[in-house]
Design a protein around this ligand. Structure first.
Ligand code: PRX
Length: 630
C-alpha cells in the first residue's frame, strides 16, 4: 500500500480504525491464498486468543517466490555480499531462489522433517540461511533461528524448549577477522542433552574438516545431490505456526515468541511496502542478522513478499574498515538502507573520514530500528549518509509485534529526530497512566500499549501460553502491553523512551536482568548479583553488574575475567557486562527485594539523590556501593 501524502495517510488511518476488519481483509486479499479466508478476525485479549484470516489456506513461499515467477523470474531476489570484500558476491534471481528453496525443502524431507516439526537454524549470514528458512516454510516445518553468536548453552536451551528435530548449521563462520567453529558449538549443545534432535545438516562455509557423528550428521552438499527441485508448497492454515523466535523478558529464561502464517505474511508484506515504498528497480539492504526479528521480517519475508531485491551481508560494519557499509552501498547502488542506532553511533565515533570516499548517490531512504536513536546520531545519519536529502524512518516495533508499528512512511511523514512518529494504518497505540487509564491529551508520557489486534500480534509463547498472557495481556485489561514507555508530542508523534520493565537493550539486543544475573551466578565464586542498565555512548545501554562473592576477591581483575567467561559460556559474548562492581551485600528491603532503583542511580553516576532508603535492611550497604562505583 503506497500512501502518497500525509492527507492520504490520515484518511486511510481513520478508515482503518473505524472499520479495522474491512481494512485488513482488503490488505490480505492482495496476497495469494490457496483457499480464501471465511472470517477476518476473532479475538479475545483475556485468554489471549487472536486469530486472523480464519480458514484461509496459503503457503508464505507461494507469495515470496512462486508468485513472482510469471513476470519477475529473472529479477534479482537476493544478493549476498561476503565478509571478505574480495570474495565475489552471489546473486539469486527469483527463479534460482525458488529452485534452491525447493531443493533444500526436499533435503529436509529426506532427512525426516515433516509438517509441524521444529527445525533449529544456527548459521552465519550465508545464503543457505535464507534458503533454509524458506525451505522450512515451504514444507510447513516451523523454523526457530538462533543467532549464531549465542553460546552452546543458550542454543541447547532453545533447542530443548522448541523440541526441535533437526539443526541446520555450518562448519564455521567468518565475521571481520574472527573465525568461529560453529559446528563445534552445535556439538557441545547436543552433548549437553538435546534428545529431540535426530539430524544435523552442515553447510560448508569455510571448507573446514569437522567432526561428524555417524547417523546424525550429514553435509548439505551431499544431501543436495540426492534431490531434485520439484517441491510443491504445502497448503497451510492461516493460523498454523510459521516460526518461533526466542527473546528475553524481565523474568526467567528467554521465551519462544510464536508467529503464525497468514497474519505474519500479511503484516510483514504490508509494512515493508507501506514504510519503505521500494520501487521496481530499488535495492533494499537491512543489515540485521536473520537471528533477530528484523532479519526475519525485513531481510527475508517483507522484501520477497513484495518482489523486491534484498541484500544480505555476512560481515560487520568495521571490517576491513569503518567504510564497509558505504562501500557496499556504492557497489550495488543500494537505495534503501535499514540499520540500528548502535551501528550508526559506532561509525560516527570512527570519524566522518570513512564516509568521504563514497558518493552514496543511490540512497533514497534510510531507516533505523531496535532502540531509541539519539538526536546526535540521527543528525549525523541524516547529514553524512542521507546527505540531507533522504528521509529517515525510525521504526518502532518488537519481536512480539512481528512488524513495524510506529514509524514515518516513505517520503512525506514529518521528520523529527528521536521520534518514531505516527502509528501505521491499522495500529491503535495508547498511552496508559499508572492506573491503567488511557491518556487522551498530547505532550504526555505513559506506558505504551495497543488496544486492538493487528495481524502479526504474538499468538503464544511456545509451550507456555500462560506466560504469554501474564507477560503481555495481564498488566492492563484488554490491552497488549509493550513493556515500553513513550511520550506523544503536540502533533501526536510518538517518542519511545525505553523499557519500563527489567529488560536492558544493549546495542539493540534484548536481555532480561534476571537472565544475565542467572548467568553470573553460575560462577562458583559468586553468591548473588544484581544487574541494571546504564547509558552507553555506543551501545545505547550497557550492562552494570553488582556482584557479591563468597569473599572479596583478592585479584578483582582476574575474578572479573572469570565472570565474563561464565557469561560468555552461559549466554554468549553479546551479554557480557560492561562493568562489574564487587560489593559485600546488595541493597535489600526487609522483605528481601533488591532495590534496583538505587542500583540504577549508582550505575548512571547520579547519586545526588537516592530517594528514600529507610526501608532498607541495612542502609550502610548503600554508602559502600556509592563509594565503590565504577
Ligand atoms: O524497547 C523497544 C526497542 O526494542 C524493543 C524490542 O526489541 P526486540 O524485540 O529485540 O525487537 C527489536 C527490533 C524490532 C522495544 O520494546 N525498540 C525497537 N525499535 C525501537 C525501539 N526503541 C526506540 N525506537 C525504536 N525505533
Amino acid at each position: 500500500m503506497k500512501i502518497q501524502n500525509i492527507e492520504e495517510y490520515h484518511s486511510i488511518y481513520k478508515q482503518s480504525v473505524e472499520n479495522p476488519e474491512q481494512f485488513w481483509a482488503e490488505v490480505a486479499r492482495q496476497f495469494e491464498w490457496i483457499s480464501p479466508f471465511s472470517e477476518t478476525l476473532k479475538w479475545d485479549f483475556e485468554k489471549p486468543d487472536v486469530q486472523w484470516f480464519i480458514n484461509g489456506k496459503t503457503n508464505i513461499t507461494l507469495n515470496c517466490l512462486d508468485r513472482h515467477l510469471a513476470n519477475h523470474a529473472d529479477k534479482t531476489a537476493l544478493i549476498w555480499e561476503s565478509n571478505d570484500p574480495k570474495e565475489k558476491e552471489i546473486r539469486f534471481t527469483y527463479a534460482r531462489l525458488h529452485e534452491e528453496v525447493c531443493r533444500m525443502a526436499n533435503v529436509l524431507k529426506n532427512n525426516g522433517v515433516k509438517k509441524g516439526d521444529r527445525v533449529c537454524i544456527y548459521m552465519p549470514m550465508i545464503p543457505e540461511l535464507t534458503i533454509s528458512v524458506l525451505a522450512c516454510a515451504r514444507i510447513g516445518a516451523v523454523h526457530s533461528v538462533v543467532f549464531a553468536g549465542f553460546s552452546a548453552h543458550a542454543l541447547a536451551d532453545r533447542i530443548q524448549d522448541a523440541q526441535a528435530n533437526v539443526v541446520i548449521t555450518s562448519d564455521g563462520l567468518n565475521r571481520g577477522t574472527k573465525e568461529v567453529a560453529v559446528k563445534r558449538v552445535v556439538d557441545e549443545a547436543l552433548d549437553s542433552g538435546c534428545d529431540s534432535i535426530q539430524k544435523v545438516i552442515v553447510a560448508n562455509r569455510l571448507g573446514w574438516t569437522v567432526d561428524m557423528t555417524h547417523g546424525r550428521d550429514v553435509f548439505l552438499h551431499d544431501e543436495l545431490l540426492k534431490v531434485n527441485a520439484d517441491c510443491p508448497a504445502e497448503p497451510m492454515d492461516s493460523e498454523d505456526m510459521l516460526f518461533i523466535l526466542y527473546t528475553s523478558g524481565s523474568t526467567g529464561k528467554p521465551k519462544g515468541v510464536v508467529h503464525t502464517i497468514g497474519g505474519y505474511m500479511v503484516y510483514a508484506g504490508y509494512t515493508f511496502d507501506t514504510v519503505f515504498q521500494c520501487g521496481e528497480k530499488d535495492i533494499f539492504w537491512c543489515t540485521a542478522d536473520v537471528g533477530w526479528i528484523t532479519g526475519h521480517s525485513y531481510l527475508i519475508y517483507g522484501p520477497l513478499l513484495n518482489g523486491a531485491t534484498t541484500l544480505m551481508f555476512e560481515g560487520i560494519p568495521t571490517y576491513p574498515d569503518a567504510g564497509r557499509f558505504w562501500q557496499v552501498i556504492d557497489k550495488y547502488g543500494v537505495t534503501h538502507f535499514y540499520t540500528a542506532p548502535t551501528a550508526i553511533r559506532a561509525l560516527m565515533a570512527s570519524g566522518v573520514d570513512h564516509v568521504l570516499g563514497y558518493n552514496l548517490h543511490s540512497l533514497k531512504l534510510l531507516g533505523t530500528v531496535g532502540e531509541p536513536i539519539n538526536e546526535e546520531a540521527w543528525k549525523w545519519y541524516h547529514l553524512h549518509i542521507g546527505k540531507g536529502r533522504c528521509p529517515i524512518v525510525d521504526t518502532w516495533w518488537q519481536t512480539e509485534t512481528g512488524g513495524i508499528m510506529i514509524s514515518a512512511i516513505g517520503h512525506f511523514s514529518p521528520q523529527k529526530p528521536a521520534h518514531a512518529g505516527l502509528p501505521l494504518p491499522g495500529i491503535q497505540p495508547v498511552l496508559l497512566n499508572n492506573d491503567g487509564k488511557e491518556i487522551k491529551e498530547n505532550e504526555q508520557e505513559g506506558y505504551l500499549a495497543i488496544r486492538f489486534p493487528w495481524p502479526s500480534i504474538i499468538r503464544t509463547t511456545y509451550g507456555d501460553h500462560e506466560r504469554c498472557r501474564l507477560t503481555y495481556f495481564s498488566t492492563y485489561n484488554n490491552y497488549y502491553f509493550t513493556g515500553d514507555g513513550a511520550r506523544r508530542d503536540a502533533d501526536g508523534l510518538y517518542r519511545i523512551i525505553g523499557r519500563v520493565d527489567d529488560v536492558i537493550n544493549v546495542s539493540g539486543h534484548r536481555f532480561g536482568t534476571a537472565e544475565v544475573e542467572n548467568a553470573i551466578n553460575q560462577n562458583k565464586k559468586v553468591v548473588e548479583s544484581a544487574v541494571v542498565g546504564f547509558p552507553h555512548y555506543i551501545k545505547g545501554q550497557g550492562i552494570y553488574a553488582f556482584v557479591v562473592c563468597e569473599k572479596i576477591p583478592e585479584s578483582p581483575d582476574f575474578t572479573r575475567e572469570e565472570i565474563l567467561e561464565t557469561v560468555t559460556q552461559e549466554i554468549g559474548r553479546i551479554a557480557k557486562p560492561d562493568k562489574i562492581q564487587f560489593v559485600t551485600a546488595l541493597p535489600k528491603t526487609r522483605s528481601g527485594k533488591i532495590m534496583r532503583r538505587i542500583l540504577r542511580k549508582v550505575a548512571e553516576g547520579d547519586t545526588s539523590n537516592l530517594g528514600d532508603t529507610s526501608t532498607l535492611l541495612d542502609p550502610l550497604v548503600v554508602d559502600e556501593i556509592v563509594q565503590g562505583a565504577i
